[in-house]
Design a protein around this ligand. Sequence first.
Ligand code: C2E
Ligand code: MG
Ligand code: MG
Length: 766
Amino acid sequence: MRAFLKSPLFVTLAIVSLGVFTQSLQFFEHVYWNVWFKNRAHIEQTDAVVVSLDNGLPISSSSVASSGGKQAELLDRLAGMGARTVFIDYPQSSGEHDLGEEALKAALKRNSTRTIVVRRSSVKSGLNRSEPEEVSFKLPEGVREAVSAWNVNFIGYAVDTRRAMTVDKVWVPSVASTQDRGESQGDLIFPEFSLRLDSIPIVDARSVLQGRMPADAFSGKLVFVTMTNPQLDSALGYYGHGAQKVPAALVDYSGIRGSARGDANVLGWVPLLLAFAATIIAGSKARRRSVKLFVYLAGTAMVLVVPGIIREFGYFLTVGPSLVAMLIYAPLRSSQKWRSRVQMTSSASGLPNITAMAAEGVDRTFDVIAVSVSQYEQMLASLPRELHGECARQIARRIGLGSGDRQVYDNDNGHFVWLENSKTLDGLIEHLEGLRALFSSPLVIGGHVLDTTVHFGVDRNIDSKPMSRIQSALASANEAQSKGKLYEEFGEQRLAQSPWELSLHARIDEGLRNGDIWLALQPQYDFRHNRISGAEALIRWTDPERGVIPPDAFILQAERAGRIEAITYWVLERSIRMLDQLNAVAAPFQISVNLSARMVDHPGLVHRIADIVRETGLKDCSRITFEVTETFSMANRDQAKINLAALRTMGFRLSIDDFGTGQASLAYLAEIPSDEIKLDRRFIRSITLDHRDQLIVESVIGLAHSLGQEVVAEGIEDIVTLEALRKLGCDLAQGYHIGRPMKLPELLELVDLSQAGTAGGAQANV
Ligand code: C2E
Ligand code: MG
Ligand code: MG
């Protein structure tokens, strides 16, 4: 369900529905019909003629428009020439007594069987309709009237009209309905936009009055006596006609034609949108690419063509929402595809990763095999960066070669997974030995010759889910490597015992991605300047199932599962990005990042950190302090020292964490080029009670200072301890009394307070 709510189709439908209710899709509706009728409208023989009172120009006093007498004469002439019905606009009254008006009334009475007086309307765009104008002319008894009032879109284009409506408390038919023979029932009438308006001739009233028209020009015709100036308030937009407004009489005639076609079936916006959604779903279900493409094209064509075509048969669809759906669905869908492609491939090698493998599913007839490549980190460190991907791809090719061209999935850090047809254990061992033999000849990558060995993990727990099978194979491969065995296979029992450990790799990656893993900052207080001058970055994991997982519990696991690098680099990157905000409030501000002892001797460490510095644009490396514990069990002490020295050369500060708890504190101090030592909280806790501890702390502070080191006291939980340390000459303090590990916004607030404190006196807790 959650996946559906995030799917491009659902997002599209949600946006479109919102658009419908806020009426913001009219633009698309407008464009569609305008383009449709621009291409589809045609010229036809019509039974209509427009007689223009103003000849399309602004009314001048001499024009026929303002003379009732001339209009009366006009009416008589048109009747005499055989006009079927004459629609004549209500005269524009001058308000004064006008002899012409009386003449007009008389003419209307004379020709009452074939005359209809039309009440024009002016467009009220805010209301999306045209409203009948006020008239003062009194219609003589027995003369019919009709109203021309159209619903319009946001820019005044005619959309539809009602068959009849109340005007000044009287029920008046609309002009469009006057020619019906009484069969039509529907309430709405739509213009027939497929009729091009230049099918209707417009003649100047003066030509009629001067007898310059052919005798049969009006015989049997519907004649509209009206004003044709497009600037008038009554003028309307007409789909397919262009931007210029047209006299409302032309739209009325188009409406008469529309009404003659029978009732309009108004279908609204939902059916087309549902049909569109259905094709999208059908397309996504189709397996073959060609079928998919065909279905999508059919869906697009449907939205573009069907509304226009069925309109000709009297079915009216609202197309705007579907059009918008079509426009936004495609980019949403491709961005989702792109995201999932990124999630499904290894960024280093471009090969599919285990997320992709799990998504494809694992059949019960297969064994899942994983390989762990020994010394992978060291191999990468000896290669230039641009060859790292090639290294992974070459290993994958070699595996593929040995196992019948199977797809090999890359899980980074020299771990690869693939499927093999199930065979007997003996057969499998023989096969794995063959694969290992393939790796006995060195890899040659860009002229670099690299030796390696491989260890395998096997999973044959066919009832487990794909991801746990993959994880189990990977964990087994690690185990095989640490035991120096050809392969390892975790049986169901082992799996049941430690599912957490087995899936940790994937969980950590997921946690980093979705925010379950986050960074807390614990403030550090500077005794010398009485301000909060830094913070230690401490990782936090709030797992939705297991709740808060303390770092001590998973750092160790992460180290074992080979995920500690990813975590550390993530912490470093986050910390650097937080520095800017903190320095904006309280410069200079520094952040301490814990560097796991397990990775201090990695040959790739300095490179990777240099990459992060570049990516984040960190200018001053001394704003980051790396904390290293003195208890680390380094495999490669020399490399560790080289790394630490290199980091220091780059400008980073180094701190010896938990000082005083290791076996060789003093030797360590001499060996490591540090800037700071952090006194472990076990000493700090008791200094106010135990005089010996106090003496130890005092002398360590003295020693550190004489070696040019700063001293940070950890675990300060009360003011007495804090003051004691201040007296002993300690430089910096960290502990619950100053502040617990907290989120960035809280720290920003606290730091802000402590800044104010420096100026004004009051301080946070201190
Ligand atoms: P640490 O580096 O010595 O961090 C100090 C620990 O002491 C933190 O525990 C902190 O919450 C706790 N602490 C601070 N003030 C007080 C206090 O006044 N009283 C008491 N009782 N405790 C206090 P936390 O966050 O549980 O971290 C435990 C250890 O986990 C850290 O010890 C560090 O070794 C490791 N760790 C935490 N985050 C990371 C990380 O991002 N990377 C690595 N590699 N290790 C981390
Ligand atoms: Mg620490
Ligand atoms: Mg510590």
